[in-house]
Every structure is written in C-alpha cells, then in structure tokens.
Design a protein around this ligand. Sequence first.
Ligand SMILES: [Zn+2]
Length: 281
Amino acid sequence: MAIFKKPAIKAEGGKKREIPRGLFQKCPGCSEVVPEIELAQNQRVCPRCDYHFAQPAKERIQNLLDSETFVEMDADLKSVDVLRFQGMVGYKDRLKKYQESTGLLDAAITGYGILDGYKVAIAVMDFGFLAATMGSVVGEKITRTIEYGTAHGCAVLIVAASGGARMYEGMLSLMQMAKTSGALAQHAQGRLPYISVLTNPTTAGVMASFASLGDVIIAEPKSMIGFAGPRVIKETTHQELPERFQTAEFLQEHGLIDTIVHRKKMREQISGLLSYFAVTP
Ligand SMILES: [Zn+2]
C-alpha cells in the first residue's frame, strides 16, 4: 500500500524547529516545555516536576521579604578590571554585557528589610550575572551586609548561588573568601544568627567560605552543591563517586546541610527559624 511507502514528514529545510526565546523554557527536570508566564507566576519552579529554575535576585527578595520593606545598600559598587584581563572576551566587555542583560551592576543585591516581622540583613546572589562569581564587589557587598547585621543586632540571611571565585580578578577575588568569613566570625561573637540558603548551583570559593558557615544551612531541592566538580574529583582521587554525589539531598544525608526546603516554603521556614533564634522584631 502506497501510504506505507511515503517518506516521513520532515521539518522545513531539515532543521530542528526552534522555540522562540523568552516565551518558553525547556525544563531540565522533566524535559517539558513550560510557558515563561507560568514560571513567572510560580516563583520559577516547574509546575509539572518541581524543578527549581534560577531565580533573579530581585524576584527572590520580593518573595522573601514583607512588601516595600527592602532597602538596598551599596547599589552603585562596580567592579574594576584591575588585572586588565585579556582573553577571548576581556573582563570589561563581559561586565558590560552582563550589566546590560541583567540590569544589575554586579552579581549580588544586598541590603536590609523585614521578613515576616523580623529585621534581617540580606544578600542575594544572581546566577544570571557571570554565573554569580564572587569578585571584589560581590565580596565587599556581602561583607558590608554582614557588618550591617552585626552593628544593628539583626540576623543575616544570604541566598547563595555561584560558580565560585571570579577568575578575572585573581587573588582579589580569593581574598573575599577570608573577608566574608572574618565578618561572619565577628557576627557570631555578637551572638547573632546567620542563615545560609544554598541554591542551584553553589560551588567552589563561595561554598568554601560564607555559604557553608551558616548557623543553619538550608538548600533548595536537588541543588548542585560542592567545591570542585565531580569530574575533577574523579580524576584526582581515581575513585568512583557515589550516585547523587553533590546534590543537596546527598549532602543532607551526610550532615553538611540541615534541611531542604521548597522555594515556596522558604519564607515560612526562615520566619520560623528567626522566631526560634528570638531576634527581636
Ligand atoms: Zn519540569
């Protein structure tokens, strides 16, 4: 029968049809195509499988804090290309590109505000800006947030996401690990709480400094968390790595993370912790 001999239908020009940018996202969790509008209404969590997409820092602050209470600090700090980093694309050009695409000057928004009645000093990293790498501006802004919390006797809340230290700033970015950790040590001496929230992915220099120093460490489900990537570890140690290695769930089972909280329950959970720590509203 002729019908069975017909060639399979192909898309025009043999090319794969592309999904228009900005209207839909393919979910890495369930491979479904999710309309952007649904994600925006759902705190950027996949409505089909609960996969947590990266969330812009501004949106996260809106979802965590009581409305109209956020006061931004150090909004005008800008990174400088001290090393005159040259590569395929120079550091200056990269900064410019991400400043335009995200509307941010660097990879963290910091300040203070009220969370369910409790005052918090808050820093939120934005993975959309150069993989939220920590250079001198991110490190300085986070340090100043911690110092604000210490000076004003309030809890510090940092939502981390990061590819690590920013290589374009060399040693200056590595110094931020010690600086942020030092500020946290002083905050702890003041007997004030620090809550660290880890999102997908939180790695390298950021995980090896302030992100892993929380009095309470919370992670979003299935976040990738670690220092070096699995391939590097495998090649260095010549060991087979366990399944689910470097996921939030694996790290919770091994005691590095206290609890895993769905993004939509995060505010409620942090509010509960703040009431437990008895930070005066
Ligand atoms: Zn999904």
